[in-house]
Design a binder for this molecule. Structure first.
Ligand code: FUL
Length: 482
């Protein structure tokens, strides 16, 4: 508040001067944790689905697959990781075990794993190989361990929970550090279950005793983020098509999310402005139709243009993107997938090559406490810890950018200072044309990041961003214009 303004005096090279230190705005709850902030910064990473399904052409193995069918002939996790890194992705989440129960590492708690396969005469360890390649190429490593297990005879009884936790102890004890753990929502149904070949149901809300499982993992890996439909750290975006809502709040109230709730997927897709917890969305989508590799989909790999659209409707709307790229039966990422990823990276690099806003002339309608500390120039200084802010009671405001000469503009990228909460409800973009301001686009939320693609790229010397409505005084930390 202005009333808390403190005056500081100092002397520099013999010159006395005074300036006003204006207190920063108070946070508007909920706010992200440090581990969530670190996760936001990653923006995009890969999903890798690989198991016996890769050799049986299935998406969901029944659980009775013979382990010796798992036999990649040219296995090379360096090729995966190098390709993924070159595409600009920051990590890999590996299906260490999918619903079929086959383990990609030689778990001491089951024989249903790589140790019973032909691959490397049972001496191989895919999890170890991926972990080592991630270390070599400096990529984050994440774990998917399906809670549903169609192979285990004891699935749906208490002893299976101990089995699942023992496997978590193995994975986190031997293959860390792990940045993200993925719990998927598919739980219970028909399966092999050690030969029972029946349908099994579990009490979804209680069977897994998630609070204690999460506690166990956090003790081993304090900075990990957990993904599931409803968090606790990251939520599902409500579809597997590659987009989060045009309006996307990082907040949601966990007590409003439950299986079977009407329009639950729409809620997950948009979050809620009055949500009580900070649980941002992650967009999971495959580069192919399925999550696992199937040769008949070789010609159906998403094009670079499709991947670019997905990038804009996920990262460009403040969510993180987890893009699945499944290895083939050789144990390699297929040439068509590699080509698409390279093309996508090229499109991203070309689109965001020259930031016209960097260091350009900026002007704001008002700044907090009239202090340079919260000036418009903070949004173009490349420092994410500085931001433009207004006084507490000002919920609207404009930022103007003058390039000095006419430039072709296609994209506007905005970021809020989310450390103090997500605020902006509505904003628009105007260009200076024929001696007046003309609106070229409008949108709702900003959050961690928002990228506006102008439908018709425009030539202009000046751009203005108008924040039209905000939950509290707007805090903008970064604006880039391309
Ligand atoms: C879902 C699973 O059922 C799919 O097979 C896939 O793993 C996807 C990412 O999550 O819950």
């Amino acid at each position: 508040m202005r009333s808390k303004i403190a005056i500081f005096l100092f002397s520099l090279s013999g010159i006395s001067c005074s300036f006003t230190q204006v207190p920063p705005p108070e946070a508007i709850e909920p706010i992200p944790s440090e581990r969530q902030l670190a996760w936001h910064d990653l923006e995009q990473y890969a999903f890798v689905h690989f198991t016996t399904n890769t050799f049986t052409e299935k998406e969901w193995g029944y659980g009775d697959e013979k382990p010796d069918i798992f036999n990649p002939t040219e296995m090379n996790t360096d090729q995966w990781v190098q390709t993924i890194k070159d595409a600009g992705l920051k990590g890999i989440v590996l299906t260490c075990k999918h619903h079929d129960g086959f383990c990609l590492w030689p778990s001491e708690y089951t024989d249903h794993s790589v140790k019973s396969s032909q691959w490397k005469d049972g001496k191989g360890d895919v999890v170890k190989d991926v972990r080592e390649s991630c270390t070599k190429y400096d990529l984050k490593f994440g774990v998917y361990l399906s809670p549903w297990d169609r192979n285990r005879a004891d699935y749906a009884t208490p002893s299976y929970i101990e089995y699942y936790r023992n496997q978590l102890r193995e994975l986190f004890g031997n293959y860390g550090p792990v940045f993200e753990m993925w719990f998927d929502g598919a739980n219970g149904g028909d399966g092999f279950y050690g030969g029972a070949n029946e349908k099994r149901r579990i009490g979804g809300a209680t069977y897994y005793d998630w609070p204690n499982t999460i506690k166990l993992v956090r003790e081993m890996e304090p900075n990990i983020v957990f993904f599931s439909d409803a968090g606790p750290d990251i939520r599902w975006c409500g579809n597997e098509k590659g987009y989060v809502g045009e309006t996307n709040w990082c907040m949601i109230s966990t007590d409003t999310i439950y299986a079977g709730k009407p329009r639950i997927n729409a809620l997950l897709n948009q979050g809620s402005e009055d949500g009580k917890q900070w649980i941002p969305a992650e967009v999971d989508v495959s580069i192919r139709l399925g999550w696992f590799y199937h040769p008949e989909e070789d010609s159906l790999v998403k094009t670079p243009e499709q991947l670019f659209d997905i990038y804009l409707s996920s990262v460009g709307r403040g969510a993180n993107l987890i893009l699945n790229i499944p290895p083939d039966q050789r144990g390699l990422l297929h040439e068509n997938d590699v080509k698409s990823l390279q093309g996508w990276k090229k499109l991203v690099d070309e689109a965001f090559a020259t930031n016209l806003a960097l260091g350009c002339k900026t002007k704001a309608s008002a700044k907090r406490g009239r202090s340079v500390q919260f000036a418009a120039s903070n949004v173009v200084d490349g420092d994410k810890e500085t931001y433009w802010a207004t006084d507490d009671d000002i919920l609207q405001g404009s930022l103007e950018f003058d390039f000095g000469k006419s430039q072709l503009v296609k994209y506007v990228l905005l970021q809020e200072y989310i450390r103090l909460g997500q605020r902006v409800r509505a904003f628009n973009v105007q260009i200076w044309k024929d001696n007046s301001w003309q609106e070229v686009d409008k949108a709702t939320t900003i959050g961690y990041k928002r990228i506006i693609r102008l439908e018709n790229p425009v030539e202009t010397q000046k751009i203005r961003i108008n924040i039209e409505d905000s939950r509290a005084c707007p805090l903008i930390s970064n604006i880039e214009i391309y």
